[in-house]
Ligand binder design. Structure first.
Ligand SMILES: [Zn+2]
Length: 290
């Protein structure tokens, strides 16, 4: 399928949510694409700045993701996640990535607006979709510290001032949680969705239980970013396989079940997000750990 834009994918999944999954290894990308094909749902492959640093540059994995997206029967967009420099955004766009996130959340409000505005103008000159981030509390985890909250009036002004196409907001999730115990502020999500004129993005979604993710979409969250859950599943599959095969040396032998575990986790989330509807009043507590 030809490369697909994030706005096209959002339109295709509504009123459900758009699953966006972080790629660290080639096996992640293969698993996410296979899940999109089997679930018949659009999906976003995301590459973060940290992953680019890990691979000593974004090009090898970005080009692999673009090729996997182009060759897939599913609608797949490739997105740059959490870029903190214009240089990385320029490199990604030059490689063919058509959607980026600029993360200026560590800056104070005025500096975040100035930097995001300049990068947004550069992206829009090239018809590149741009997501930005706005939270209320600084610190190590920025907008996704558990106590951080995005102020709706500030969010409206931020989007107006910068011209961004999507906004990551702080509503109670945190990055890299290994338990699914985060409680989102659904009233704030609904308030933000009513006032902010661009799609809202949830980061740190791995720490949110299934019923919380469903409720977030039902209250107006659009793009759901998931990374840690995939890594938990991948690593535990590898750990289990190696524990039972002490003489094994071929990485393909343990990466095959790891890739299958990631695919099954992505399929679970794609079905969950597809089923979320604003008029769905299903009670919480019916989630299944896949
Ligand atoms: Zn994030």
């Amino acid at each position: 399928m030809p490369l697909t834009s994030i706005p096209d994918l959002i339109a295709a999944v509504r009123p459900g949510g758009l699953g966006a999954f972080n790629v660290i290894t080639l096996e992640h990308a293969e698993a996410i694409a296979a899940a999109a094909e089997s679930a018949k749902r659009p999906v976003v492959l995301q590459l973060s700045e940290n992953t680019a640093l890990y691979h000593r540059g974004i090009a090898p994995l970005a080009l692999a993701c673009l090729r996997i997206a182009a060759d897939s029967d599913a609608a797949i967009a490739v997105h740059l996640d959490h870029a903190t420099t214009a240089e990385l955004i320029h490199t990604a766009v030059d490689l063919g990535i058509r959607s980026v996130m600029y993360d200026g959340s560590a800056l104070d409000y005025a500096d975040n607006v100035a930097a995001t505005t300049a990068i947004t103008a550069w992206c829009h000159q090239r018809d590149v979709h741009i997501e930005a981030e706005l939270g209320a509390v600084g610190g190590k985890d920025g907008a996704h510290a558990p106590g951080a909250r995005t102020d709706p009036d500030e969010a409206v002004e931020f989007v107006r001032a910068t011209g961004v196409d999507a906004l990551a907001v702080a509503v109670g999730s945190a990055h890299a949680m290994h338990t699914r115990t985060a409680e989102l502020d659904n009233d704030l999500i609904a308030h933000l969705a009513a006032k902010v004129p661009v799609p809202l993005v949830l980061h740190g979604s791995s720490g949110v239980p299934d019923h919380g993710l469903r409720a977030a979409v039902e209250h107006g969250m659009t793009k759901i970013n998931i990374a840690t859950r995939l890594n938990i599943r991948m690593t535990s599959a590898i750990r289990d396989h190696l524990a039972n095969t002490p003489d094994l040396s071929d990485p393909r032998k343990y990466l095959t079940p790891a890739r299958a575990a990631v695919q099954s986790e992505v399929e679970h989330f794609l079905h969950l997000l597809a089923d979320a509807r604003p008029d769905d009043n299903a009670p919480p507590g019916d989630e299944v750990e896949s």
